[in-house]
Design a protein around this ligand. Sequence first.
Ligand SMILES: [Zn+2]
Length: 346
Amino acid sequence: MPILDAHTHVFPQYADLAVRAMDRAGVARCVTLAWHDGFGAGLRAQAAAFSRYPGRFILFGNVDFSRMNEPDFAVRAAEGMARDVDAGIRGVKVYKALGLEYRHPDGGFWRVDDARLDPIWAAAGALGIPVLIHTADPPAFWQPVDAHNFWNGVLHGAYAWWSYYRKGYPSREELLAERNAVIRRHPGTTFIAPHVGSNAECLDAAADDLDALPNLYYDLSARVPILGLPGRRAARARAFLLQYQDRVLFGTDSIYDDANVPTGMQAQCLYQPYAIPLHGADPEERYVETTAAFIQSHLDFLRTDRVQENPPFTRSTAGYRIQGLALPEAACEKLLWGNAARLLGP
Ligand SMILES: [Zn+2]
């Protein structure tokens, strides 16, 4: 069964390393999401680097949101997107910074559904490329980081800024409603909302959005620890993935960048910097080994009934387990390859 990882971040200088990890884990192809700089001349250099690995990488670009307070920003961004498609991008990635970071000159946040951004969403539809739009985060990011918070092993140190609790950010509900308004206004554009649409903790809401928005898809990246919690969570996740097996893409959020590879740190697992002792090992070899194990954990979650006692994702300090869902082969084929192939082309 071929496997397509629809959510990774590979800096082009680590493409060799990514291919080594992909080969070890049996991943044929991955979508690599550019890191805020996937447009213009920089994008062309990235596309050239990945073209050395035919069939292995699908490149998603970005919009240059650093210019969003300039006049005619979205119209110019849409024109740039058309040129970037010619240069090889197959989709556009929008970070959660839209909603949680980008501000107007007066200091207020840009709203996700601001009509001035509509030319961007419309252009993606006209160009036939999906928009992978990350909006909001888990509910726990708006809650106190205490013993009850499942993400309490993550939301400190290097990731403390991910906690929005009592810092004046828009609410999660507002952000998701704004995202859905954009998707509703652009029925000719395909949207992929990563991380189960930021609703892995509430699969009824995730299902409502899929029912209401036929141009919406999800990926599974970074949410296996929630979906696989043994008992009712895993049972509900299994039913959800069976019901929506045509609307969900497999993804891992594997990251190969300068902040992680040289230290052997696994950003995708959300370890703190230098949390993984190298003990003299070659950082790159260690990176390949632990990333392949990370990918395998996802595959075991979908395909086997194995309970993972020590999953390779940092989350609750109290620890947790992942229950394998043992999904049927036909559903796995869609999640692991078919749905992405349909949306992204050959
Ligand atoms: Zn990501």
